[in-house]
Design a protein. Structure first.
Length: 246
């Protein structure tokens, strides 16, 4: 079952709960099953810390908050978790112009919460539909089907390809890494080692000898590929940021 991880940050608990209820109502009205996980925060730093450990798919950010405000939080998430889609929430419509700097997916007015929430969530599913791509893994006793976004990396050992999934599953099939690399490069997969093809959306950082994934796993980086991999990751981050308001 697909999991949608949503974060909501607002120092006003009344609005915090109202936003949560609107999200639940919208998801319940969608066809098909979806596992919704909503995390509520009244402090920007707490949301940021949680997002670093496990990035959210979508984050609703109140702009005006004591301490670190929603714009600060958007900047931090944009740099560290570019795959997280951002939606600002505010009682002041004038903030919409200042919010453009952070390229949000939508702007929700608290005075029109229900209507704007529905539009924001509709926009989210329109934009992210292209990420829900099924990829058939041929081999063994049949074919499996997985979402590309759930693949952490693909490891080649001899003529065996092992697909490591974000949920912990592994699928091994007979094949070569080169044709898979050509097929998946348009979807954010890069060759970081002669034996490893990695999903860029799961990479946290590139070190001298390896790549650290967001779940803590470590994958080796080829010495001759290190510079190119870093450049591709920087370019990927810029592209992901620009797509937040597509």
């Amino acid at each position: 079952m697909e999991i949608l991880r949503v974060a909501v940050c607002d120092d006003d608990r009344v609005y915090l709960e109202q936003i949560e209820e609107e999200i639940k109502a919208y998801i319940e009205g969608l066809p098909g099953a979806m596992d919704l996980q909503i995390s509520l925060f009244t402090d920007s730093c707490r949301l940021y810390e949680a997002g670093i450990k496990q990035p959210f798919d979508l984050a609703f950010l109140d702009i005006e908050m004591p301490g670190k405000d929603g714009f600060w939080l958007a900047g931090q998430l944009g740099a560290s978790c570019p795959e997280t889609r951002l939606i600002f929430v505010s009682s002041h419509e004038s903030w919409v112009f200042d919010s453009h700097e952070y390229m949000p997916l939508w702007f929700v007015r608290k005075g029109l919460l229900k209507r704007d929430m529905n539009r924001a969530l509709q926009k989210y599913f329109q934009v992210t539909a292209r990420r829900k791509i099924s990829y058939k893994i041929q081999g063994g006793f049949g074919a499996g089907e997985v979402l590309l976004r759930d693949i952490l990396y693909i490891e080649c050992n001899g003529h065996t390809l092992t697909y490591r999934m974000s949920g912990g599953a592994e699928y091994s099939v007979y094949g070569s890494l080169k044709p898979v690399e050509e097929e998946l490069k348009a979807y954010g997969f890069i060759r970081i080692h002669r034996n490893y093809l990695v999903n860029q959306s799961h990479v946290s950082q590139i070190g001298k000898m390896d790549a650290v994934l967001k779940n803590g796993m470590v994958v080796p980086v080829g010495r001759d590929r290190r510079k190119g991999v870093k450049e591709m990751m920087m370019e990927y981050g810029r592209k992901r940021g620009s797509q937040l308001c597509d």
